[in-house]
Design a binder for this molecule. Structure first.
Ligand code: UD1
Ligand code: UDP
Length: 384
């Protein structure tokens, strides 16, 4: 079954769905571009995240046209998915969009795309084609991305490797566009605004020591054993890294992450656990960091673009470009490995200099223009 689909028009706008922090950051430049080109569109928030996305929306002066407000404390994947399918479906019924645009691999993405498929609405997937090829790592994101490989009509891939992954899944070449990652657009615009300003302008703590190790961590597959190793490793870095080292970790709002971080790092010397930062503050803090330790996807991409040596606390990575460029290293989640990798970078100046090289592997800051051009082209040629 393939009914004829409406083209983009004021009666059938483009529906851009966001749910979590990285989706807002990575789709903000796309929404800006849609507006600049006069493409009829609506920004729809599923509200998978609440406190985490409000300041990010504000940083990009965005107000969703609708917010499903779905977040529940410690939400289950199944409960969230069920609510998303119903909520998104009702919005699609009301809005009659020509296209649904989603970004990344969250539950919002998988369920919005599935709801669109059920209504036979074309789906454009931004940041398509990332794969680790390990079905449950990251969990559940690898499955979400793989689903999108089959569900989406237009695949906007950030890198050549992502294009190859899609081709390997059987996606036709005319449905794949290499566009770069829109996070670099967001980053460039924010760096311009924040780079030269004092940390205090952003409510950031003064840095008392010379070398900041900036940490983020939130992945579900790292809960329990993984964070146990990562946090103990960081505790050792703070104790053994020398006078100059301080660790700052803006802790994600996931209560399970917060409990573990507080238990293992709450009393550690030279470690500051702080609240999640809004995007301008986080970007400013990244520009002050000596080393970044992270399990985040977006932070890996941003750190590579800024040339900040990064240690990736995961077992697998779908962002091999950062490793190939030399700026990032996959260190796993064992206490010994995490501590050793950070201490090595702190002590070996030559190694540090070799790693501290900015890479444009994830994009040149012009990806959102390519995303919108590809969308309009696909719309004209009825690719959906
Ligand atoms: C989700 C995504 C993950 C993405 C991450 C970005 C899924 C399955 N996971 O993970 O891919 O990398 O977002 O941050 O889609 N919470 C709050 N306030 C908020 C946000 C979260 O209190 O603003 C708490 C709630 O208790 C919520 C829990 O964190 O239930 C988990 O949130 P959820 O979106 O389910 O998963 P994340 O771990 O944030
Ligand atoms: N980020 C932020 N404040 C923070 C931590 C991260 O604004 O306190 C930004 C970061 O710059 C990046 C994005 O959030 O663009 C990454 O989101 P997250 O790590 O939650 O998700 P992932 O990218 O792993 O899906």
């Amino acid at each position: 079954m393939k009914p004829s689909r409406p083209s983009i028009s004021p009666r059938h706008p483009v529906a851009v769905f966001v749910g979590t922090r990285p989706e807002v950051i990575k789709l903000a430049p796309v929404v800006r571009e849609l507006a600049a080109r006069g493409v009829p569109h609506r920004l729809l928030s599923t509200g998978q995240h609440r406190e985490l996305i409000d300041p990010i929306l504000a940083a990009f002066s965005l107000t969703p046209d609708h917010d499903l407000k779905l977040m529940r404390p410690e939400q289950s994947l199944a409960g969230l998915s069920a609510a998303l399918l119903q909520g998104v479906d009702a919005l699609l019924h009301q809005l009659q969009p020509s296209w649904v645009v989603v970004q990344g691999d969250t539950t919002t993405v998988a369920m919005a795309a599935l709801a669109a498929f059920y209504r036979q609405i074309a789906v454009a997937h931004v940041e398509a084609g990332l794969r680790t090829r390990v079905r449950d790592d990251p969990f559940p994101e690898e499955m979400n991305r793989t689903l999108l490989g089959d569900l989406a009509d237009l695949h906007l891939a950030p890198t050549p490797a992502a294009c190859r992954n899609l081709a390997r899944q059987g996606v036709a070449a005319n449905r794949i566009e290499l566009v770069g990652n829109t996070v670099i657009d967001a980053l460039h615009s924010m760096v311009e605004l924040v780079r030269d300003r004092p940390l205090a302008d952003f409510g950031l703590p003064e840095l008392h020591r010379g070398r900041l190790v900036l940490v983020t961590g939130h992945r579900r597959e790292n809960l329990g054993e993984g964070f146990d190793g990562i946090f103990r490793g960081l505790g050792r870095v703070a104790r053994e890294g020398g006078e100059e080292v301080e660790v700052i970790y803006p802790v994600h709002l996931n209560p399970k992450v917060r409990r573990q971080a507080r238990a293992l790092l709450g009393d550690a010397p030279n470690v500051r656990l702080i609240e999640p930062l809004d995007y301008p503050a986080f970007v400013r803090l990244m520009t002050a960091a000596h080393i970044i330790v992270t399990d985040s996807g977006g932070v890996q991409e941003e750190a590579a673009a800024l040339g900040i040596p990064t240690l990736v606390t995961r077992r697998t990575s779908e962002r091999q470009e950062a490793m190939a460029a030399g700026v990032a290293e996959l260190v796993g989640v064992e206490e010994e490995a995490v501590a050793a990798a950070v201490l090595r970078l702190l002590r070996d100046e030559q190694l540090y200099r070799r790693r501290a090289v900015a890479s444009d592997a994830f994009g040149d800051g012009k990806s959102s223009a390519r995303v919108v051009a590809a969308l309009l082209n696909a719309d004209r040629n009825s690719v959906g």
